[in-house]
Design a protein around this ligand. Structure first.
Ligand code: TRP
Length: 72
């Protein structure tokens, strides 16, 4: 699958940032929640199982489409 190459990088700017994976397919629901503390970094991919990623909290998010500050 082409989306398997799409990595995104999330760097937490505060404690307790949540990175939530949502399922691919007809049923879009949370399947995984990862908690990051300040300065922790998560590198994640879109996969066969994951079609969307939700970030809750202050973080820098880097994707092939650009960089986003979730608190601005
Ligand atoms: N087992 C999940 C999957 O392969 C793990 C995963 C991939 C994930 N990307 C994610 C979990 C992004 C949370 C956020 O799809």
């Amino acid at each position: 699958m082409s989306q398997a190459n799409d990595y995104i990088v999330i760097k937490a700017k505060e404690d307790g940032v949540n990175v939530i994976g949502l399922t691919r397919g007809t049923d879009t629901r949370f399947h995984h929640s990862e908690k990051l503390d300040r300065n922790e970094v998560m590198i994640a991919q879109f996969t066969e199982h994951t079609s969307a990623i939700k970030v809750r909290g202050k973080a820098t998010i880097q994707t092939a489409h650009g960089n986003i500050e979730s608190d601005q």
